[in-house]
Design a protein around this ligand. Structure first.
Ligand code: NAD
Length: 356
């Protein structure tokens, strides 16, 4: 017999090529007229385009974006928002730009409109993250949930494959983990499984043809479904581990996701038999192996060692991974955490029997 709870989240999504040009109208839907534009500085021409799209309602711009939202920089963004009396924020960029927008919204309770340029999915969640003193704190707060998201695949065309691939692996991690995390339910699992299908089919095609707008659109749609799954179902070992590693060693979020996901699936396999079987069916192979192979097909980084984690950091990380594992579907002890991290550090093929 079925028994579940589903807390649906509010939010408007506008999806389609060129639809970023509707941004000013979307801002006005919220009755706002003084926008702080929070933009990733990777493309100055794009930044200027967004200033023009917003016109006179853009009263200030914040572009000092770095990953993992350091507290000191978030404080500056909040003070800019206060100084210009903004009544909405618009973020344009990856999960990092969205993270700064969330930091402002948490303090000012202003509506957020997000225009993602990666596959991070943060724009759909009420989850915030701020790092300070080698630790990344995360939490859930409806004030952090963006009100409107505009997905325009044209904005992702310039995203280099080396960033796009791992970023989409982050999306795949949202979809897979959402199938068994604490808040999972049959409705979000429909989206999660479809996200696994869309991403596993189209991610390699997109990486092989990065200028193909149709492939970019498929991957962005998969990332949207994955983010919507994560937003309700929540996270487990995989994301908790990445938050620990991001806080301790400032590793790239997408790259960590590409490396850690197969091992998180292999470790959790005995505790998630039904979800594991459904993923494996969609992926056409054992889920952990299929994800490991997918990461290699798109030339994503292969190990935590390769992306800069220090070998002597495993023990420190293991302690924090255990401390964060109380709500995991399969909590782990220090020995297991060290072995799990060692496997990801080495990049060997995932083997569920190693973690039995
Ligand atoms: P990111 O935002 O740091 O972007 C990665 C790099 O890509 C940056 O150098 C950026 O300048 C560049 N870039 C972005 N868009 C581009 C484009 N279209 N063309 C060229 N370059 C582009 O990385 P991310 O992976 O998108 O986001 C990671 C952050 O998001 C992490 O801090 C992670 O914790 C957070 N996150 C949060 C949630 C949540 O629900 N709170 C979910 C997912 C990720």
């Amino acid at each position: 017999m079925m028994s579940f709870e589903y807390d649906a989240l509010p939010g408007r999504v506008v999806f389609g090529s060129g639809r970023r040009r509707e941004l000013a109208d979307e801002v006005r839907r919220h009755g706002a007229s003084r926008v702080l534009l929070i933009a990733d500085p990777h493309d100055q021409e794009r930044l200027q385009e967004f200033r023009e799209i917003l016109g006179e309602i853009c009263v200030a711009t914040y572009t000092d974006i770095v990953q993992h939202v350091p507290r000191a920089k978030a404080t500056v963004a909040v003070s800019v928002a206060r100084e210009f009396s903004v009544d909405a924020t618009v973020s344009v960029g990856g999960g990092s730009a969205t993270g700064f927008s969330k930091a402002v919204a948490l303090e000012l309770a202003t509506p957020q409109l997000c225009v993602p340029t990666t596959y991070a999915g943060s724009e759909l969640t009420p989850i915030w993250g701020i790092s300070e003193g080698g630790e990344k704190r995360t939490g859930r707060d409806l004030k952090a949930l963006p009100a409107t998201v505009i997905y325009d695949p044209e904005l992702t065309i310039g995203l280099p494959v080396e960033i796009a691939g791992p970023s989409a692996m982050n999306a795949l991690a949202h979809a897979t983990e959402g199938l068994y995390a604490k808040g999972t339910n049959p409705i979000t699992s429909l989206m999660g499984l479809e996200a696994v299908r869309v991403l596993s089919v189209h991610l390699p095609l997109m990486c092989a043809a990065p200028n193909d707008l149709a492939e970019r659109s498929h991957v962005l749609y998969g990332a949207y479904l994955a983010g919507a799954t994560l937003a309700v179902a929540g996270t487990d070992l995989h994301h908790r581990t990445n938050h620990v590693l991001g806080g301790l060693f400032n590793l790239d979020h997408g790259q960590m996701n590409a490396v850690v996901l197969p091992y998180a699936l292999a470790f959790n396999k005995p505790a998630i038999t039904e979800a594991y079987a459904r993923m494996s069916e969609v992926l056409g192979d054992d889920a952990a192996t299929a994800v490991y192979d997918l990461a290699r097909r798109i030339n994503a980084p292969k190990s935590l060692a390769e992306i800069g984690m220090p070998a002597d950091g495993i023990d420190r990380a293991a302690t924090l991974v255990v401390a964060a594992s109380g709500q995991n579907v399969r909590p782990l002890n220090e020995l297991q955490a060290r072995d799990f991290l060692q496997a990801a550090f080495d990049g060997a093929p995932p083997d569920a029997s190693r973690f039995a």
